[in-house]
Design a protein around this ligand. Structure first.
Ligand SMILES: Nc1ncnc2c1ncn2[C@@H]1O[C@H](COP(=O)(O)OP(=O)(O)OP(=O)(O)O)[C@@H](O)[C@H]1O
Length: 331
């Protein structure tokens, strides 16, 4: 009659799974957040948890049958049973990332899945200071500028490249645009799909660090490969990616004429090349602007999507007090 309970119990018994205990403290914090959500009439409640838990109990505590309750953990396995309990499960795949990055990713994913509006309000509960102990509640007002293409937007592109690949590339590009590398803004380009024809218009701009590796180590859906790509994105040239997500080449200069293209003023040669290659081939290109962090996606020579980055996430470790410059005092 209650297969859900069985599943939670058998799941919790597996050693490999991370769990979040529902202590009295944790339950009290969740109840407080539920009250705050109701008081503020926020769109959703977000529980950022360290692992699997008693989803049925969470569902009862949060009155999930009447409200949008998002439960975010790092791995999909830990969410087993959450959807059946009436919760909205989100796998972040951001293990060991700083808290704010996980929180931001949860909000972005929730907006992309249309669980919350990009200008909505969310009450979030999370462990801000001590793992496993829900000690913090935030009432967040999302920014109008939080734009991320929704899955529906992307589906219009699926004709030439599978949605899974485009989503992974756009996610990676958005991260590069938002985070840069070692404090510096980074611009880059990914040309995805129809790679043989793309390569007819490409030449090496330098030694290609991906060359010679087997496919497993070039799969852009793999988080480790994404980290490698972030490093290489600092170098000149484009990534050429197959439609199933394998980085075929990196550091490629594209040579394509763009005489017949119409483009927004102010965009430079990277953007022109990105648009032009999608005119000559069936590829989709995803460009990160170094100057603004904006991600643009081109298909058939046209701009299809534009994702303006959210305000950069605050990183605690980068906080350092700097006295105001002398000249400011003198003015
Ligand atoms: N044809 C091309 N193929 C691949 N990469 C290119 C091409 N043209 C330019 N780039 C890359 O783009 C970099 C920046 O060029 P440019 O400033 O003209 O581009 P942009 O479109 O204004 O981009 P951004 O907004 O990032 O500054 C170059 O250093 C080079 O790495």
């Amino acid at each position: 009659m209650f297969p859900l309970v069985d599943r939670i119990e058998s799941g919790a018994a597996e050693d490999s799974m991370a769990t979040q205990r529902l202590t009295k403290q944790n339950a009290a914090m969740i109840s407080a957040a539920v009250a705050l959500r109701a008081d503020r009439n926020a769109d959703a409640l977000l529980l950022l948890l360290d692992g699997s838990t008693d989803w049925k109990r969470i569902s009862e505590l949060t009155e999930a049958n009447e409200n949008v309750v998002i439960v975010a953990v790092d791995t999909i396995e830990d969410l087993d049973g959450a959807a059946e309990a009436g919760l909205k499960p989100l796998a972040l795949n951001k293990e060991k990332a700083p808290l704010l990055e996980r929180l931001q990713e949860a909000l972005l994913e929730a907006a992309a899945d249309e669980l919350i509006k990009t200008n909505g309000e969310v009450v979030a509960v999370y462990s801000g200071f001590q793992q496993g102990r829900l000690d913090s509640i935030s009432h967040l007002q999302l920014d109008e500028r939080m734009r991320r293409f929704t899955v529906r937007d992307l589906q219009t592109l699926e004709s030439s490249v599978p949605l899974k690949t485009i989503k992974a590339v756009v996610d990676l590009a958005s991260q590069i645009g938002r985070e840069g590398r070692e404090g510096k803004a980074v611009g880059t380009m990914f040309v995805v799909g129809d790679h043989r024809r793309v390569l007819e218009h490409a030449s090496d701009s330098g030694a290609d660090p991906f060359r010679g590796y087997n496919k497993k180590h070039r799969n852009i859906l793999d988080p480790k490969v994404q980290e490698d790509a972030k490093e290489i994105a600092q170098l000149d040239g484009a990534f050429v990616v197959t439609s199933d997500g394998i980085i075929e080449r990196s550091r490629q200069m594209l040579e394509v004429s763009h005489e017949d293209l119409k483009m927004t003023k102010g965009l430079g040669s990277r953007h022109w090349a990105a648009a032009a290659i999608t005119r000559k081939t069936k590829a989709v290109s995803v460009v990160v602007s170094q100057s603004t962090g904006t991600v643009r996606l081109y298909q058939n020579g046209f701009l299809i999507l534009q994702i303006v980055p959210m305000d950069k996430a605050i990183k605690w470790q980068e906080f350092a007090f700097e006295p105001p410059p002398q000249s400011a005092d003198e003015n």
